[in-house]
Write a protein of this length. Structure first.
Lengths: 119, 227
C-alpha cells in the first residue's frame, strides 16, 4: 500500500534545498524569496511546499558561503531583495546536480535491493 | 491588490514586535509578507488585512522569524570573519608585509638614535592615530537604522584599539617608561596594528556595501520620511 506522507517528503526535500536554489537561479537570472516558494509549488503541482522558515536560513547560509549575492530593487512602496548566483555559485551548479543524481542512483540501488530481498 | 504605504508601515511594525530590529532583515520579511498577503487578498476578496497577515506569518512555521534572523546573524558573522581573515592574510604578502617590517625597523631605529623611550611615544602616537581612524570608521556617516550587516564589526571595533594602548600603559605607567625595551614587544604591537587596520578595512567595505544596498538606512532622521 502506498501512503503519501507529505511531511516525510518535505524532510527529504529540506536536505536538498541548496541544490534546488542553485538550480532555480541557474534558470532564472534573479529571484526573490516568495518567488522561489511559488515556483517550487508550481513545479511540483503543489505536492511540496518550500517553507519560508527553511528557505530564508538556507539563502542566508548560501550568501555567506559566497554562492549567492543580492541586490535591492525598489518596487513601489517597498524594497525587494533579489538573489543572484555568484561566479562560485554558477560553478557549483553542475557539481551539485551531479552529486544529487549520484545520490538518487545510490538510493535507487539500495531500495531496489531491499525490495528484492523483501519478496 | 497592492498594500498601501500605511499597511507596509504596519508590517514593519509587526516585524519589530516579533523581535526583528535589523532593518536589512525587516525589508526582506516585509516584502515576503506583503507579496503573500496581496496574492491571498486577490484570491479571496473577503480576506482582511489582519487575516491575511496571520496566514502569511503562519507560513514561517512555529518558530516564526526566529530561525530566519538567527541564521542570518550566523551567516553575517561567518561572512565577516572570512573577510577579516582575508584582510589579515594580506599582511603576510607584498607590499603590506614590507610596510609592516619598515614600520617595525623605524620604531626600533628611532630608539637607538634617540632615547629608548621614544619608541614608546611613537607606539603611543600611532595607537592614538589608529584609535581615531577606528572611531571615524565606526561612527562617522553611520547608518541611522540598525543593520545586521554592520553589527559584528561595531562590536569588534569597540575593543580593538585598546590592545596597543594597553601595552603602552603597561610599559609606561606600571613598569616605568624605559624599564622594558619595546623591541621585545614590537612583534605583538605590529600584529595588533595590522589586525586593527584589517578590522577597519572590513568595516569600511561593509559600510560601502550597506550604503549601496540600503541607502535609505543612512538618511538622517530629520530628512527621513519613515521610521
Amino acid at each position: 500500500m502506498y501512503i503519501h506522507d507529505m511531511n516525510a517528503s518535505n524532510q527529504l526535500f529540506r536536505g536538498s534545498l541548496t541544490t534546488i536554489i542553485l538550480k532555480l537561479l541557474s534558470e532564472q537570472e534573479k529571484m526573490y524569496g516568495y518567488e522561489m516558494t511559488k515556483k517550487v509549488k508550481e513545479l511540483t503541482g503543489g505536492e511540496l511546499t518550500l517553507t519560508e522558515g527553511a528557505l530564508y536560513p538556507a539563502l542566508h547560509k548560501m550568501e555567506a558561503a559566497g554562492l549567492l549575492e543580492t541586490t535591492i530593487e525598489n518596487i513601489g512602496n517597498r524594497s525587494r531583495k533579489y538573489y543572484h548566483l555568484t561566479k562560485k555559485g554558477n560553478k557549483e551548479v553542475p557539481s551539485k546536480l551531479a552529486e544529487m543524481e549520484a545520490f538518487f542512483r545510490q538510493m535507487q540501488t539500495i531500495l531496489n535491493l531491499r525490495l528484492s530481498t523483501g519478496k | 491588490m497592492e498594500l498601501s504605504d500605511d499597511q507596509i508601515e504596519r508590517l514593519f511594525q509587526f516585524t519589530k514586535e516579533q523581535g526583528i530590529h535589523y532593518y536589512d532583515v525587516q525589508i526582506e520579511l516585509v516584502d515576503h509578507l506583503a507579496t503573500n498577503m496581496e496574492a491571498a487578498m486577490a484570491a479571496d476578496e473577503t480576506l482582511t488585512f489582519p487575516g491575511a497577515l496571520k496566514k502569511a506569518f503562519d507560513s514561517f512555521g512555529v518558530a516564526g522569524f526566529e530561525d530566519v534572523c538567527a541564521e542570518k546573524a550566523g551567516a553575517a558573522n561567518t561572512g565577516e570573519y572570512k573577510m577579516l581573515m582575508n584582510e589579515a592574510k594580506q599582511w603576510l604578502t607584498f607590499p603590506r608585509l614590507m610596510l609592516l617590517l619598515a614600520l617595525g625597523s623605524l620604531i626600533f631605529y628611532l630608539g637607538t638614535v634617540f632615547e629608548p623611550v621614544v619608541r614608546v611615544y611613537v607606539v603611543m602616537v600611532l595607537s592614538f592615530g589608529l584609535y581615531g581612524y577606528s572611531f571615524y570608521i565606526s561612527f562617522v556617516g553611520n547608518a541611522t537604522k540598525n543593520l545586521l550587516l554592520l553589527s559584528y564589526t561595531s562590536f569588534a571595533l569597540a575593543f580593538a584599539p585598546f590592545s596597543p594602548l594597553l601595552y603602552v600603559l603597561n610599559v609606561g605607567i606600571w613598569r616605568g617608561l624605559e624599564s622594558k625595551p619595546i623591541e621585545q614587544m614590537i612583534v605583538p604591537v605590529l600584529i595588533s596594528f595590522a589586525l586593527q587596520i584589517s578590522l577597519c578595512n572590513v568595516r569600511r567595505q561593509l559600510k560601502q556595501e550597506a550604503q549601496s544596498l540600503y541607502p535609505e538606512a543612512f538618511v538622517k532622521p530629520s530628512a527621513a520620511t519613515t521610521g
